[in-house]
Design a protein around this ligand. Structure first.
Ligand SMILES: C[S@@+](CC[C@H](N)C(=O)[O-])C[C@H]1O[C@@H](n2cnc3c(N)ncnc32)[C@H](O)[C@@H]1O
Length: 280
């Protein structure tokens, strides 16, 4: 019997029956809904979403689709991932689960033994990595409890708010978790951080601290110092509204092979791939 081709997983066609309602919805959003205080937030969401789609459409980084993510790390088996409970994920304040699903997939496919994260916040990313790498020791860096204004001067208003919010709750997600003994909280400013020897040969660096150009550059340079052969760097927040990350990674892609994970703000790079030689 002739085998059926696998079902298509992606279709970007628009059913013509939806076209007219789409324009009607758009018109409604930018008129009556915009004028109403209670519904205005939906229009703001639409604006943000339009900007993200425009950013994605212009972006030229090669993209890895979700079903191909585990295979990118050489893992051919179907992968099981573990996510923290939904109320723990909510501590992240992001309001969505997908980034943690992708992070869990990367970690589960990679089997890292040593992980370094910049930007603990409430520890949801840290715990997600710990759950999916049961043999790993995880080191996670965040600013000291008391920091000076000068230490955060490169940060945007939004980033300063993340710093403020995390002061009394750094690492909350993992503090009483059975994985806690494998998680080591480091305190310091990543802009001036000298990695201790124990971070040599780190298998996975997750960069999610301050998002200024200066922070991303310093955090990437630290990651490149400690990364094991075959190690992986993951950057979060490659998005239209975070200039520091997109500007730095746009420069970095000329010397390192960077990939974007489809539909997400995550960018990855594997250490075993040949550095890109600039065209002469
Ligand atoms: C977006 S949050 C991290 C979210 C976390 N990785 C997660 O998955 O839930 C950013 C964190 O970076 C920390 N941070 C900002 N600038 C920093 C710096 N220069 N050094 C160390 N940590 C910094 C903030 O205090 C904040 O907790």
């Amino acid at each position: 019997m002739k085998e059926k081709p696998p079902p298509k997983t992606r279709s970007y066609g628009v059913d013509p029956r939806h076209l007219l309602p789409m324009f009607r919805d758009l018109l409604e959003l930018i008129t009556v809904r915009l004028a109403n205080n209670k519904t205005r937030r939906h229009v703001i969401q639409l604006g943000r979403s339009v900007r993200q789609h425009a950013f994605d459409a212009r972006d030229t980084l090669p993209v890895i689709d979700h079903p191909a993510l585990a295979a990118f790390f050489g893992c051919q088996e179907p992968l099981e991932i573990i996510l923290p409970p939904i109320d723990t994920i909510s501590l992240s304040g992001l309001g969505f689960v997908v980034p943690y699903t992708l992070l869990a997939t990367i970690v589960s496919a990679l089997h890292p033994k040593k992980i370094f994260e910049t930007g603990t916040f409430r520890g949801v990313g840290t715990l997600t990595m710990a759950l999916n790498a049961p043999e790993a020791e995880i080191y996670t860096l965040d600013l000291p409890e008391h920091y000076t204004e000068a230490e955060v001067e490169t940060l945007s208003k939004g980033d300063k708010e993340w710093v403020r919010l995390s002061r009394s709750s750094t690492g909350f997600a993992f503090l009483n978790h059975p994985a806690a003994p494998r998680i080591h909280q480091l305190r310091g400013n990543s802009l001036t951080f000298t990695p201790p020897d124990l971070l040599a040969n780190t298998d996975l660096c997750f960069i999610d601290g301050g998002h200024s150009y200066e922070c991303i550059k310093a955090d990437t340079e630290t990651a490149l110092k400690i990364l094991a052969p075959n190690g992986v760097i993951v950057w979060d927040d490659y998005a239209w509204f975070i200039d520091g990350v997109s500007q730095y990674l746009t420069e970095l892609r000329h010397s390192l092979p960077l990939y974007r994970i489809a539909g997400s703000q995550l960018v990855i790079c594997r250490n075993n791939q040949q550095p890109i030689t600039p065209a002469s």
